[in-house]
Design a protein around this ligand. Sequence first.
Ligand SMILES: Nc1ncnc2c1ncn2[C@@H]1O[C@H](COP(=O)(O)OP(=O)(O)OP(=O)(O)O)[C@@H](O)[C@H]1O
Length: 359
Amino acid sequence: MEHSAASTESGLYWLKIESLRNLRRIELELDSPVLVVTGANGSGKTTFLESIYLLVRGRSFRGSKAGPLTTHGAIQTCLEALYRPADRLPLRIRYRKDPTGSIHEIHPPLGPGERPLFQVKLIGENTQSLVEGEPSLRRRFLDWNLLYAKPRLIQLHQDFNRVLMQRNAALRAGRGQERLWDLVFIELAEAMDRQRARFHAEWQAEFQRLSAAYPFLQGVELCYERGWPEGRELSETLKAVADQERLRGYTLVGPARADCRVRSAHGGFSRGQAKAVVVLLQLAAERVHQAHGCPPALWLLDDLEAELDSALASRLWMDIQATGGQVIATRVGQEGGLGIFAQGKALSLVRLTQAQQSG
Ligand SMILES: Nc1ncnc2c1ncn2[C@@H]1O[C@H](COP(=O)(O)OP(=O)(O)OP(=O)(O)O)[C@@H](O)[C@H]1O
């Protein structure tokens, strides 16, 4: 079945969901820049967002605790969407999962090393863990944003990870062979650090600009820690930790130990404030991406208003709209009230009801 693009802006304009968790079958045209999905608890709002995330990234944002993706009693999950880029013909995206595995395909396919079509930015449950959680979460977030802006650096990251694995294997073997990897390890580590530091400086500058409108962010800054002490050569640091590394059997310093913390002069953040900080980190990265020529991201907002006071939620919503990206947002409620989403761009509303759900 062919579908006509309903507006001239880039974005997803048609979506079909079959047998994803409690959503049995949904097919719809997305004909406005903002789609608000409402429904009672458990009606499938997060699952609706999950379908789009699966289509864009080929994997879910929910862990295995959420149980099987495919609707109980169904054989397979099939998701499909049509996406109109700004500068070329529409693309068909498919995700299919059955007991033998999953397939994720884009037609026509992207060229090798080509940047993904767009980024999908999820603001959902546990968003705060990015601020409060392990450094590895922030490191992955930094690299995800850096590599999207500069896809040619993917090779550098792959080379570094390969050398790190070899160096760790040599440390575990305990025959002193790790020194053979040091030269190439240092060269790749320094190159990665330079790229991360450059991206981080742009990110921090945009974060500061955005923060001016949020009084609770006075004195808050993003700090990049490269993974070995400032003012010290990596080679020196490796020598200093050599005995410890042999004892532990893995590399203790370098880019795999980097972090990008959000530091507050007043101590920590409340849950709502931490959530707002993460939205602003996403917004700041989005501004850097657009400055590098990337298309606007697609925002998936899962109950954005939860934990935020209405002034803060409205302010964030204005900043998200200003990015020019497509938005799919959820709201709890059977009445279909629009809350903060009533302010701003034209929107469509989908109310999830029993009709779309598996019984
Ligand atoms: N494989 C499955 N088959 C059928 N139903 C499932 C399956 N996996 C999960 N579910 C159900 O689907 C529903 C999915 O809920 P989801 O989290 O998407 O709802 P929600 O509208 O976002 O809820 P809330 O407002 O509480 O966040 C849950 O009731 C869950 O029990």
